[in-house]
Design a protein around this ligand. Structure first.
Ligand SMILES: NC(=O)c1ccc[n+]([C@@H]2O[C@H](COP(=O)([O-])OP(=O)(O)OC[C@H]3O[C@@H](n4cnc5c(N)ncnc54)[C@H](O)[C@@H]3O)[C@@H](O)[C@H]2O)c1
Ligand SMILES: [Fe+2]
Length: 385
């Protein structure tokens, strides 16, 4: 049996954020709890939403206590603020951090027995849908607006908790590339490579099937064709729009079939060093693609190479196609300025074993196409060091 969970309604295209007001009216909502973060206020992105709300006289309460790689406290403070606000729906604006925080808030408000947040890790048995949420991504990106996952740091345990829960999916996704124009080059590159990692990991996960393949192949192709242009010129409206859609398409797939150990290994880097999620994935991806090529997923590397735009793939042997796929991904990563070694981003060699144990226990490990171990993962960290 296969299962697909997607938003109730999704909007795409430059300026589509204007639908917030109509959607709120149509659904009978009275007051918004507006979750975003401080940088999005500073960069004027939050203003683009408050303008829509003010023009339509939709009252709102702003909540911006969200750090990149959000914490349990960000969620719990948000729950208290939501309850005090009198709001009846959530607007989440941001990268994965703000949207994930909003998901956690929406779940805990309607499922108060999970108020500790820690008990939401993994597949949580919540009984009620989250507070209805409109999610507007500002990065391209995590696809948090269409996934059934959210990722929260447990600071005491120094752990990134992946929470998987169909009840958390935002009711409405509003994918407006104009909200992404202000991303600096490094953020565009890192978040775009995160989207590519989603597409590749879920293209080769054992649970992949015709429908997820359809999404992921298309996402890989669109990212290969548009990421560098979006990094080189943040005002390239075509590249920005294509990236906004590519990351969503990747999310339609990976949310439903899962990821692999690139994400398992990226999460502890976020928990230990606050490494930006996209940088961690992008750096690790080529090394782990090589490792995972020794699995039943090997034939699918031909598809990855093709979608990446490599010429002459049909005439290649399987080994050549694997190499071509990995090299194309590495070349894209280098071309957008991603660091290629863990020692360049502040990772400490003496932590590698502890990181490997945490990565092995991550929820995403179950989706990896090659059976792995703590030793293998530690060897991969060493290789990337
Ligand atoms: N829910 C999911 O399915 C899922 C999937 C992958 C990753 N994640 C999680 O998402 C988080 C990462 O999210 P992210 O990579 O989108 O970054 P982010 O949300 O952490 O944002 C990083 C920084 O960029 C700023 N920023 C975002 N958009 C901007 C814009 N348009 N202009 C200027 N600045 C902007 C933010 O304010 C923040 O300071 C991690 O915690 C990761 O684990 C979640
Ligand atoms: Fe990711």
């Amino acid at each position: 049996m296969k299962r697909i969970i997607l938003n109730e309604t999704s909007y795409f295209g430059a300026g589509c954020r204007s639908v917030i007001a109509d959607e709120a009216k149509r659904r009978g909502f009275k007051k918004a709890f507006f979750v975003t973060d401080k940088d999005l206020i500073k960069f004027g992105v939050a203003d683009k939403i408050t303008e829509v709300l003010n023009n339509a006289s939709v009252p709102f309460e702003l909540y911006s206590d969200v750090k990149a790689n959000p914490t349990i406290a960000n969620v719990q403070n948000g729950v208290a603020a939501y309850k005090a606000s009198g709001a009846d729906f959530i607007i989440a604006l941001g990268g994965g951090s703000a949207i994930d925080t909003a998901k956690g808030i929406g779940i805990v408000v309607n499922n108060p027995e999970f108020a500790d947040v820690k008990s939401l890790e993994g597949v949580a048995d919540t009984k009620h849908k989250a507070v209805p949420t409109f999610a507007l991504p500002t990065t391209a990106g995590t696809a948090a607006e269409v996934t059934i996952n959210y990722v929260i740091i447990d600071e005491d345990a120094k752990k990134k908790m992946v929470c998987v829960d169909p009840n958390d999916i935002p009711a409405v996704a509003i994918v407006d590339p104009e909200l992404m124009y202000s991303m600096p080059k490094g953020l565009t590159a890192a978040t775009g490579m995160d989207a590519l990692t989603h597409a590749i990991e879920s293209y080769i996960t054992p649970g992949a099937w015709v429908m997820s393949d359809m999404f992921e192949y298309q996402a890989i192709e669109m990212i290969a064709q548009n990421l560098k242009a979006a990094v080189d010129n943040g005002n390239d409206t075509v590249a920005r729009e294509n990236m906004s859609q590519a990351q969503y398409i990747a999310g339609m797939g990976f949310s439903n079939v899962g990821l692999g150990i690139v994400h398992s290994m990226a999460h502890p880097l976020g928990a230990f060093y606050d490494t930006p999620h996209g940088v961690a994935n992008a750096l690790l991806l080529p090394y782990i693609m090589e490792y995972n090529a020794q699995s039943d997923a090997a034939p699918k590397y031909r598809g990855i190479a093709k979608a990446m735009g490599v010429e002459g793939v049909d005439a290649m042997s399987q080994d050549e196609a694997v190499k071509a796929a990995v090299e194309a991904v590495r070349a894209l990563s280098i071309s957008v300025g991603i660091p290629q070694k863990l020692n360049e981003i502040g990772v400490k060699k003496e932590d590698l074993h502890e990181l490997a144990v945490a990565a092995f226990n991550d929820v995403c490990t179950g989706g990896n196409p090659r059976t792995t171990s703590v030793d293998d993962i530690e060897a991969l960290y060493n290789l990337a060091y």
